[in-house]
Design a protein around this ligand. Sequence first.
Ligand SMILES: NC(=O)c1ccc[n+]([C@@H]2O[C@H](COP(=O)([O-])OP(=O)(O)OC[C@H]3O[C@@H](n4cnc5c(N)ncnc54)[C@H](O)[C@@H]3O)[C@@H](O)[C@H]2O)c1
Length: 290
Amino acid sequence: MTISFKDRVAIVTGAGGGLGKQHALELGRRGAKVVVNDLGGSLDGSGSSASAAELVAQEICDNGGAAIANGASVTDLDAVQGMIDATMSKWGRIDILVNNAGILRDKTFAKMELANWHAVLDVHLTGSLNTTKCVWSIMTEQNYGRIVMTTSTSGLFGNFGQSNYGAAKLGLVGFMHTLRLEGAKYNIFTNAIAPIAATRMTLELPGFEDSAQRLAPELVTPAVVFLCSDKAPNGRIIQAAGGRYYSADVRENTGVDLGLEASVEDIEDNIEAILDMSANVGILERTPHR
Ligand SMILES: NC(=O)c1ccc[n+]([C@@H]2O[C@H](COP(=O)([O-])OP(=O)(O)OC[C@H]3O[C@@H](n4cnc5c(N)ncnc54)[C@H](O)[C@@H]3O)[C@@H](O)[C@H]2O)c1
């Protein structure tokens, strides 16, 4: 194995099942000491159980690795701080954070109750904020960190019935891009994974029938584990689905300079050039202007 996590400490949220479990097992297999976090609730975020995280931590230890289970909800800043404190007192450092915990509350926008907006943003976006905020100063002091945000094609491209989830998932990309800039000088690299996998989250969706093998969550894990490694890029979005790995990006075109007198009519006259994306640059090569 060329990619090893010996002496590295990793936290994976939502690692009691699905994708997070596979990420945690593989990090453990490759020598990381792993904190297996999971609230152990249902798909919509209700309920809790410590057993899911405990079973995965036990599996890592049975395989000869080192792991502890943690049942904190990522939405609870005090509980997250408790997890970080417990990790620091046991292992003295935190190198890797995989923000993976997630819930779904799908409804078309017309039918979505505001409570379902807040619940979804709370777990995906604020949950990732809470964990990242608690590890950030540890990583800057260590001059080392690898953070992975779990985004989704629903955020990158939109998906019917997922306005809350899509908003949270694209929010994570914006969050990542600022951390990419602010973390670089501390050797903290932040990236995002956009997975597609057969888990309880996708079980009922059209197109996922008989997908257990074809879209095994284990096939997302290699990309996530690479993003946790010394060789990770910074500020990239890797999509992973059924053994195919590809990138997404935020792009802009060169546009039209309409000068200081620009009017609504000028926009109307130039709308085709303004919207034409045939020549464009990605977020990494653009020259910022504000
Ligand atoms: N499966 C896919 O195709 C797919 C696609 C795009 C994005 N994702 C994302 O991947 C991540 C993992 O999803 P999955 O498909 O493995 O589903 P999953 O439901 O199996 O896993 C999510 C895990 O997060 C845990 N969790 C939920 N709320 C939590 C909280 N407040 N605190 C701690 N843990 C909590 C759950 O208990 C669960 O074990 C999610 O962020 C999801 O949005 C999945």
